[in-house]
Design a protein around this ligand. Structure first.
Ligand code: SF4
Ligand code: SF4
Length: 195
């Protein structure tokens, strides 16, 4: 007789003591910890000490990101406004979280760069911001810039970063290479368009 399939578990089942299973003592202990942290932070806030304040995102943005912080992805452009990307799929292949999806288009009239991305999307609900896609790109076509507007969302489906957004969002700073001026053509009118 065939043995029924048993799913693997990737976590350790918690084991609880009798005291923990009694429920109420642990609830009271949790409330005591929360109240203690709240009162400690409140005392620091009242006395003006650092460490108790949080950033009220998105109304406030943090100024103390680490120097090596990686931000949102940007696709670089050629001077004519077309994406530098040649849809080689190397970034998608190297991505450890498998969150990059590229659909390649073909433009025989562009003999230098016949392949281009028709669709280029990154699922930000699963991206781990490792930067390997940037390292793998042979064309310097994808970068990560520090400013991170619109990164969080309430719906996972809204967290797909699209080709259009990656090309229309103009980061304010990049020491390696200037980006196209604001108002430059976004996709260069490539046959097939985007998405
Ligand atoms: S930063 Fe890392 S996880 Fe995110 S898209 Fe690039 S390779 Fe994938
Ligand atoms: S971004 Fe770079 S690595 Fe990714 S498909 Fe485009 S050219 Fe290839």
């Amino acid at each position: 007789m065939k043995t029924p399939y048993k799913r693997k578990t990737y976590w350790n089942e918690p084991t609880m003591t009798l005291w923990e299973r009694a429920y109420l003592p642990e609830i009271l202990r949790g409330m005591a910890i929360t109240s203690g942290v709240f009162l400690r932070n409140m005392r620091r806030w009242i006395t003006g000490k650092k460490g108790a304040l949080t950033t009220y995102y998105p109304e406030e943005t943090r100024w103390d990101y680490a120097a090596l912080n990686r931000g949102k992805h940007v696709l670089t452009m050629r001077p004519d406004g077309k994406p530098q990307c040649i849809a080689c799929n190397m970034c998608a292949t190297v991505c450890p979280a498998k969150v990059i999806e590229i659909e390649a288009g073909f433009d025989p009239s562009d003999t230098a760069h016949p392949k281009f991305p028709l669709r280029f999307e990154i699922d930000y609900s699963r991206c781990i911001f490792c930067g390997l896609c940037v390292e793998a790109c042979p064309e310097d076509a994808i970068r990560m810039a520090k400013e991170v507007p619109g990164l969080p969302a309430e719906d996972r489906q809204q967290m797909w970063l699209t080709l259009e957004e990656m090309m229309s969002w103009q980061p304010q700073s990049d020491v390696a290479k200037p980006y196209a001026a604001a108002g430059a053509p976004k996709t260069g009118g490539i046959a097939g368009g985007t998405e």
